[in-house]
Design a binder for this molecule. Structure first.
Ligand code: FAD
Length: 388
């Protein structure tokens, strides 16, 4: 009887009953409500983001690892498993949830005032309000410290000017967390997207993450009240703490994309007759499958180790870099190798493999590029910072 990679590794024995139940709930939701539509959403580069957000809110996955304010308050491990199941469908779906929960909601939960939390978190947890997170700018991605967006104190409020780029959920967001330079260093601002001077044109012609909204944020003399700023946090510590949360979700999520590719390739190889035998019966195919399965299983063991550390409060940001770098890099290799097994059929949207491979190009770049994570790990190993 064939076994899946996670069965071979007996991953279930590392999960609690509760964790398995939550994973199965998310998987059933994804298979019933999302997966059947993905090829079309991807092809048309259009997703019903609002409806999806409400359904995901009903499922309880938006900000699920946060406590209070209508959030589920689950373990980090449960959150990781949910990310894996969401990304097994599409990285765009997981991106919607990551940006909502780990970037926008986490920023407000961790750094916002009590008024910010009460105003936004219950609505965001329910999927009634969508959030985005504006850090990257056209000229400052890996080096956000150079950002040009500026907030100037003016009377009893603030005036913001600048442009943010590549912002997930931007055009559909009700609230944007925007990071800007001030006289006291970088600060975060809670910006309702109906504020005069704010616009969020969608970025089109993407070849990756097509089932996800990606936008520019344009701030032209956006006037905000004094209490729109996060009260305490100053400098890059604020945005970087949020990125660390979202990267953790990617450590698991990327494995979901890889799992789907591998399952698809195994099923295809079993059915495809080549030279009068099934493709799965050839040693070369089995060598590919075995190597991919090893990397997928090892990636899962790493993810679970990091998750347990996060739940214990002992996870460092360098360790998150280890997981993000390894698991996304291996996932993209798996997706590409699976594509070879599907031959020409692998380049179409009839199968999810090329869609996942293309999506993973974005995942490799956002939330810290592979090179940036290599530099983080290099600094940990040598004590030398080689970023500049
Ligand atoms: P650059 O920083 O210009 O990097 C270009 C290349 O240079 C990369 O290979 C990089 O690794 C390399 N490099 C950089 N520094 C070094 C160095 N010191 N040494 C050697 N090589 C180096 N941002 C947000 O704020 N919010 C979002 O919601 C969001 N969503 C996104 C969604 C998508 C689909 C994508 C593609 C991006 C998103 N981003 C978002 C932006 C993302 O975080 C940035 O693209 C990323 O940080 C890289 O920045 P960059 O694209 O400007 O590349």
């Amino acid at each position: 009887m064939p076994q899946s990679t996670f069965e071979l590794f007996d991953i279930d024995s590392l999960l609690s009953d509760e964790e398995r139940a939550m994973r199965d709930t998310v998987r059933s939701f994804v298979e019933a409500k999302v997966s059947p539509h993905l090829a079309q959403w991807y092809e048309e580069a259009a997703i019903p983001a609002r409806d999806l957000a409400r359904e995901l809110g009903g499922l309880g996955v938006l900000g699920m690892h946060l406590e209070g304010y209508g959030c589920a308050g689950t373990s980090a491990t449960a959150y990781g498993l949910a990310c894996l199941e969401l990304e097994a469908a599409d990285s765009g779906l997981r991106s919607l949830v990551s940006v909502q929960g780990s970037l926008a909601m986490y920023a407000i939960w961790q750094w916002g005032s009590e008024e910010h939390r009460e105003r936004w978190l219950p609505a965001m947890a329910a999927g009634e309000a969508i959030g985005c997170f504006g850090l990257t700018e056209p000229d400052f991605g890996s080096n956000p410290a150079g950002m040009r967006t500026r907030a100037v104190a003016d009377g009893d409020g603030w005036v913001l000017n600048g442009t943010k780029m590549w912002i997930t959920n931007g055009s559909v967001a009700d609230v944007a967390v925007v990071w800007a330079q001030t006289e006291e260093g970088i600060r975060g601002f809670v910006v309702p997207t109906d504020t005069a001077g704010f616009s969020a044109p969608e970025i089109t012609r993407k070849m990756s993450l097509r089932a996800s909204v990606t936008s520019e944020l344009v701030l032209e003399d956006v006037r905000l009240p004094a209490d729109a700023a996060f009260p305490e946090v100053r400098g890059l510590k604020g945005p970087l703490s949020c990125l660390n949360e979202a990267r953790f979700g990617i450590v698991f999520g990327a494995l979901g994309a890889a799992r789907t590719c591998l399952d698809t390739a195994i099923a295809y190889a079993g059915e495809r007759e080549i030279f009068d035998r099934s493709l799965a019966s050839y040693q070369l195919t089995q060598a590919k499958l075995a190597d991919m399965s090893l990397e997928l299983g090892k990636g899962m063991l790493l993810a679970l180790h990091l998750a347990r550390k996060k739940d214990a409060g002992t996870l460092s940001s360098e360790q998150v870099s280890l997981g993000k770098l390894n698991n996304v890099r291996e996932a993209i290799d798996i997706a590409r190798e699976c594509r070879t097994i599907l031959g020409a059929a692998g380049i179409t949207l009839e199968y999810p493999v090329m869609r996942h491979a293309n999506n993973l190009e974005s995942v490799l770049t956002y939330e810290g590029t592979s090179e940036v994570h290599q530099l983080v790990i290099g600094r940990a190993l040598t004590g030398e910072a080689a970023f500049r």
